[in-house]
Ligand binder design. Structure first.
Ligand code: 5GP
Ligand code: SF4
Ligand code: MG
Length: 465
């Protein structure tokens, strides 16, 4: 998901709509904005679909006045069951002692089931099926005197991954979980401030990138400025390495590094680790493009846009049902025959999850007359589900959970298939010594099976680590 908030600028909700539009790649199912204005009070709008279609000046925006607003774009993850209902669309707003608050959450709470049971037993009335709603109820029950203190109280009970943007009538609040699994950045816009999942959302509103919110940090922003505190027990950080590979936008800056440059470096590592003789390097667009450029630069094999993407389709993976996803590949990608016919083709993609994309693309490339097809993948085999806010299917559906690399190659029926090594990936994100196996510098659970936070709800439901 993507989160965004702004304080201290006129028509704050317009900035939020723009910010969310820049974060649309992080969630395309639905979006929402909450604003506060002294006369109008808290106002909220939640809609299915794209930001640009819903949050327009002729439409809902005029009902979201004020100098303080937050927003959320959603895609449903591990915790959620079935289709999203509008009541599951964030931000969530609640009124309780000390006023009220709205929150937008990116990540996944790994003990949400247990918390929900406890809260319901004690009388909380849940409005949604979302794990994130627990935070509001925990805040409402806290005995602390200020809302930021109540939020600290609430978040100390929450396990898992959370980057949160919240607002009261006078404050914008940002928090990252102690491991800092999901990103969150601070920006300065005119006399006001902005919080965003990624820097690309600051760029769109002309905000200056100030810094990242640190793992375990909470910032409380008012007209007077930014106050920072560290309410949690300090722990080694575990930023999601897959943000670098796929999730974030290539024009964002993560950990001081351009995501684009990291992806290009991944492609270079791949070319060093797994060279092959071929005529062209083609990306599976758009997610494989920077890595393919890196592979081409390192290997000297020419780069070609052998597959063309229809820009009017969304990300296939984020379509919730398998059937739609299956169709999606063909609606979205088409082979550029002229470049492929008679060639030995290296295809570079960011990941293989179920193998749906790779299988379809291989078929299309062979139909177009390719002589050989070699897959090079910019992440290690995805053998474990993510429980921290990225939508991966159950373990059984992950190709790499049940097959070796060689079996996958056979299953996909391609001439070769190679994944970047975990160490190679760490080198590409700037860890010259590779992965520190005693204390990995990132979360890489979907590749290694080493979960930095115990997925309590999942274990309860029979998941085996
Ligand atoms: P598959 O077709 O193998 O199930 O999925 C892999 C494709 O889904 C890749 O092309 C990748 O770009 C895309 N993708 C989109 N969202 C995600 C995600 O959240 N996780 C992973 N691993 N891949 C994703
Ligand atoms: Fe990121 Fe994978 Fe960890 Fe999930 S399991 S947070 S996708 S590295
Ligand atoms: Mg892709």
């Amino acid at each position: 998901c993507g989160i965004f908030g702004v304080i201290g600028v006129a028509d704050a909700s317009n900035f939020v709509a723009l910010g969310l539009h820049a974060l649309q790649h992080r969630g395309q199912e639905a979006g929402g904005i909450v604003s506060y204005d002294a006369d109008a009070g808290f106002q909220s709008a939640r809609r299915f679909g794209y930001v640009r279609d819903n949050f327009t000046s002729e439409g809902v925006m005029k009902h979201l006045p004020g100098e303080l607003a937050i927003g959320h774009v959603r895609y449903s993850t591990a915790g959620s069951k079935g289709q999203t209902a509008i009541r599951d669309v964030q931000p969530f707003f609640g009124e309780f002692a000390m006023g009220g608050a709205a929150i937008a959450h990116n990540g996944n709470i790994t003990n949400a089931n247990a918390l929900r049971r406890e809260l319901i037993e004690r009388g909380s009335i849940f409005q949604s099926s979302s794990d994130s709603e627990c935070i509001i109820h925990l805040m409402a029950r806290s005995l602390q005197r200020t809302i930021p203190e109540r939020m600290e109280d609430a978040l100390r009970r929450v396990e898992g991954a959370f980057s949160v943007v919240a607002m009261t009538r006078t404050k914008l609040i940002g928090v990252r979980d102690p491991l800092g699994v999901r990103p969150l950045v601070l920006g300065k816009v005119g006399d006001g401030w902005a919080l965003a999942s990624e820097t690309c959302a600051l760029d769109i509103i002309g905000a200056e990138f100030v810094r990242e919110i640190k793992p375990g940090e909470m910032v409380v922003i008012t007209a007077k400025g930014v106050e920072s505190q560290f309410p949690f027990r300090p722990q080694p950080s575990k930023f999601c390495i897959f943000e670098h590979v796929y999730f974030s936008r290539p024009d964002s800056i993560l950990g001081g590094r351009s995501v684009y440059e990291t992806r290009e470096a991944i492609g270079r590592e791949l070319a060093k680790e797994s060279p092959v003789e071929a005529d062209v390097v083609c990306p599976v667009p758009d997610s494989g493009t920077p890595a393919a450029i890196g592979y081409s630069l390192e290997s000297g094999i020419p780069y070609a846009m052998g597959i063309i993407r229809n820009q009017y389709m969304g990300r296939t993976f984020i379509e919730p049902t398998e059937q739609i996803r299956n169709m999606g590949v063909r609606l979205k990608l088409n082979v550029n025959r002229a470049l492929i016919k008679g060639k030995r083709v290296i295809l570079v993609d960011d990941s293989v999850v179920r193998g749906t994309t790779s299988r379809k693309i291989k078929e299309m490339i062979l139909d177009a007359g390719a002589k050989e097809v070699h897959f090079r993948i910019a992440s290690p085999p995805t053998a474990w589900p993510c429980f921290y806010g990225v939508d991966t299917p159950q373990r059984e559906k992950l190709l790499a959970a049940t097959m070796s690399e060689d079996e996958m190659r056979e299953h996909l029926a391609v001439d070769s298939l190679r994944f970047i090594s975990l160490d190679g990936l760490y080198r590409a994100v700037g860890e010259a010594q590779g992965r520190n196996s005693d204390c990995p510098q990132y979360c890489d659970a979907c590749f290694s099976g080493e979960y930095p936070v115990t997925p309590a709800d999942q274990l309860e439901q029979g998941f085996q680590m």
